[in-house]
Design a protein around this ligand. Structure first.
Ligand code: CTP
Length: 395
């Protein structure tokens, strides 16, 4: 028996080939002690017969919104109230679109609107469909609406493609579902820096670093979902604030430093920001005119926010840094671990195939004083889940 013991779990299945994995998923959910009821969309029934899941769950499978028999027994509102948790796996692009729009045209989408239980979604689709602008827009909408997105994983697909869109394996889904209610970071104060900093040269120009802020925002969202109280100090980015996150917007390194260093009672500090290491020695009050053939701008060192937080008294319980390198990844990251006295370093090569800046994916090396773990290239959202697990282990 696990964390799902005695819980009412509603498993929604939509029409994707990964529906065949739901048999094993139901078996594992029951092994954890959950009472499982299955709801299938019409498209899901084209892949697997409801009878299979009825036999495995030990309960009738629900398939229709307006079913007189069901309404006399367990109707859609009763089912919505019965559920302690909802897991939809697999979730197709079409179902994501319906949920994002708040459409209630079938039993499963209606239940998702009618329940107050937490809802986890495990998307599964072709990699091109996953990357499509409309799907990514729906994904952001669903995340902001409080849906918990599990995966997808990257790899070989049923259609022959390779990329993001594979449904997580039943064991992985179970681990993420089990971890959610206990709140791995419940009661913890997390402080995260994200995005680039801008160092003004004159009223119209600045020096900066490439950074979309996606990694820091994904981490903030994941920490908040894991039960932490999260403050996100961000440089200028065009990303929506994750639900439940307290965001402070800054521009320069000095402003980011000031916003961070004054925060009290921090259990976990994570520095994902791409901070400009130098700023112009003087900011010209007037726009600099192009009157000379060359121009020299004197730069002075900025404070190191991460090193200062690590040296601060009281020190946060756990200090996590990132290392962006273009060569000698492990050696350079280890040097940062030591000089900045960090507990964990997340290191990546900025010139990896597919890129990092602005990308939704990243490949990293995790380093602490005793170990070194190489992760495959995965989505930043999925990486954020893994990092939160690594952080929770070290608390
Ligand atoms: N960092 C910081 N303040 C700075 C510079 C970096 O907080 N002024 C943090 C980053 O957020 C990151 C880590 O330090 O977590 C490493 O940043 P990186 O740019 O890889 O390295 P630097 O420390 O700036 O060193 P170098 O540029 O020499 O590689």
């Amino acid at each position: 028996m696990g964390t799902l013991a005695g819980k009412n779990l509603l498993l929604g299945i939509t029409g994707g080939i990964a529906a065949y994995k739901c048999g094993e998923l139901i078996r594992r959910l029951k092994d954890e002690g959950a009472d499982v009821r299955v709801v299938m969309t019409p498209a899901a029934q084209a892949f697997v017969q409801p009878m299979t899941f009825q036999a495995l769950s030990g309960n009738p499978v629900h398939t229709q919104l307006l079913d007189p028999h069901a309404e006399a027994g367990m109707g859609h509102i009763e089912l919505a109230r019965w559920a302690d948790k909802v897991l939809v796996a697999p979730v197709t692009a079409s179902f994501m679109a319906r949920l994002a729009a708040g459409d209630a045209s079938d039993l499963l989408s209606t239940l998702c609107l009618a329940t107050s239980a937490p809802i986890s979604l495990a998307p599964a689709m072709n990699q091109q469909m996953w990357r499509a602008a409309a799907t990514q827009r729906n994904l952001r909408q669903l995340e902001q609406s409080g849906y918990h997105i599990l995966g997808p994983a990257s790899g070989d697909q049923a259609c022959g493609d390779n990329g993001p869109g594979r449904m997580l394996e039943p064991a992985e889904l179970l681990a993420l579902l089990g971890g959610e209610p206990s709140g791995e970071l419940a009661g913890k104060q997390v402080l995260i820096t994200a995005g680039p900093t801008l160092e003004a040269i004159d009223p119209v120009r600045y020096i900066s670093n490439f950074s979309s802020g996606k990694m820091g925002f994904a981490l903030a969202a994941t920490c908040a979902r894991a039960g932490a109280s999260v403050t996100l100090v961000s440089g200028p980015v065009s990303l929506a604030t994750p639900r439940g996150v307290n965001r402070i917007d800054v521009q320069s390194c000095q402003q980011m430093h000031d916003a961070v260093i004054g925060q009290k009672d921090i259990d976990i500090f994570i520095a994902t920001a791409a901070v400009a290491d130098y700023r112009p020695a003087a900011r010209s009050a007037e726009k600099i005119k192009k009157s000379t053939d060359s121009l020299t701008i004197e730069l002075v060192r900025n404070p190191d926010i991460l090193a200062d937080m690590s040296a601060r008294s009281p020190r946060p319980g756990l200090v996590v840094g990132f290392a962006a390198e273009s060569s000698d990844l492990a050696a350079q990251a280890r040097a940062k671990l030591e000089t900045k006295k960090l507990d964990l370093v997340v290191a990546n090569l900025v010139n990896q195939p597919g890129g990092v800046f602005g990308s939704d994916e990243n490949q990293v090396l995790l380093l602490d004083r005793v170990s070194q773990t190489e992760l495959p290239r995965i989505e930043k959202r999925v990486l954020a889940e893994k990092l939160v697990q690594e952080i929770a282990k070290r608390l």
